[in-house]
Design a protein around this ligand. Structure first.
Ligand SMILES: [Zn+2]
Length: 247
C-alpha cells in the first residue's frame, strides 16, 4: 500500500473528486485489497465507504459557506487518541467554501495531525484555498486542460451544477481580469461543456441534469448571439451569472 499523505488537497470537478476519495479510502480499508486487484468494491467495508458510512472516514460538507460549528467535529474528534494502526480520514468537501477564519483554525491540525488522522480536502477552485492551507497539503489537480480559459476559475464556476454564492463569483471575476475577447472564448468552451453534459445526462437518463443543461445551453447560445458591447463586460457576466444560477 502506498504511503498516505496526512493532508491532501484534490482539485477538480466535485463529483470526480468524491469518486476518487472513495477509491482511495477503499484502497486503505478494504480487507481484500491487493496490489494486483486493488480494492474489491463489494465487501462490507467497501460498500460502507461508498455510502459514506464507514467509521474510518468523516465526511464534512458546508451548508453554504462553512461555519465554525460545521468543522467543530474535527476538533472534537482529534482530541481522542487513535489505537495503534487505526486510521481516520476527514474528507472536507467544498473546501473552497472555507472562510479565512475556519481555514486558519484548521491549519495546525492539518499540518501536524495526531497519529492516524488524515485530511482530504476537495475543491473545485484552487485559488479560493488559503495559501497557508495549500502549502501544507499534497496537491493533485484533475483538470486536464491546460488551456488558459478552460482552466480559468470563472469557467469552473459556470461549468458546475453547484450554485456559487454571488460573493464568490464576484471575487473570482475581479481576480481574473477577463477581457471581451476572453469572454467569447470562455462562452464557446462553456457551450461545448454543457452540450456534452446534455448528451451524457440524456444517455444515462438523468432528467434533472438533462433539463438543467438544456436551460444553460439556451442561455449561453443567447449570450453568444449578443456578446458584450465594449465596456460592458462586467455587466454582461453579472447578468449571465444571475441567469445561469436561477436555472
Ligand atoms: Zn472491499
Amino acid at each position: 500500500m502506498q504511503n498516505i499523505p496526512t493532508a491532501q488537497l484534490l482539485i477538480g470537478n466535485h463529483i470526480d473528486l468524491i469518486k476518487y476519495a472513495k477509491q482511495k479510502l477503499q484502497e486503505v480499508f478494504c480487507q481484500n485489497y491487493s496490489d494486483q486487484n486493488n480494492s474489491c468494491k463489494i465487501c462490507n467495508i467497501c460498500r460502507q465507504i461508498q455510502e459514506q458510512q464507514h467509521v474510518g472516514s468523516i465526511w464534512i460538507k458546508p451548508e453554504k459557506l462553512y461555519t465554525r460549528d460545521q468543522i467543530q467535529i474535527i476538533f472534537d474528534t482529534i482530541a481522542f487518541k487513535l489505537e495503534e494502526n487505526q486510521k481516520l480520514f476527514f474528507i472536507i468537501q467544498n473546501a473552497d467554501f472555507l472562510n479565512d477564519a475556519c481555514s486558519n483554525s484548521l491549519l495546525k491540525s492539518i499540518e501536524e495531525p495526531p497519529a492516524g488522522y488524515h485530511f482530504i480536502l476537495l475543491a473545485e477552485r484552487k485559488n479560493q484555498i488559503l495559501p497557508t492551507i495549500q502549502s501544507r497539503c499534497v496537491i493533485k489537480s484533475f483538470y486536464q486542460n491546460n488551456n488558459n480559459s478552460a482552466d480559468s476559475d470563472i469557467f469552473n464556476i459556470f461549468s458546475s451544477y453547484t450554485t456559487y454564492l454571488p460573493d464568490v463569483y464576484l471575487k473570482t471575476f475581479e481576480a481574473e481580469n477577463i477581457t471581451e475577447k476572453d469572454t467569447l472564448e470562455i462562452l464557446d468552451k462553456l457551450l461545448g461543456f454543457w452540450l456534452k453534459e446534455n448528451k451524457n445526462s440524456f444517455l444515462i437518463g438523468d432528467k434533472e441534469k438533462y433539463n438543467l443543461s438544456n436551460n444553460k445551453i439556451n442561455i449561453l447560445k443567447n449570450a453568444i448571439e449578443y456578446p458584450p458591447m465594449p465596456g460592458s463586460n462586467k455587466i454582461f457576466w453579472n447578468n449571465l451569472y444571475l441567469q445561469l444560477n436561477l436555472t
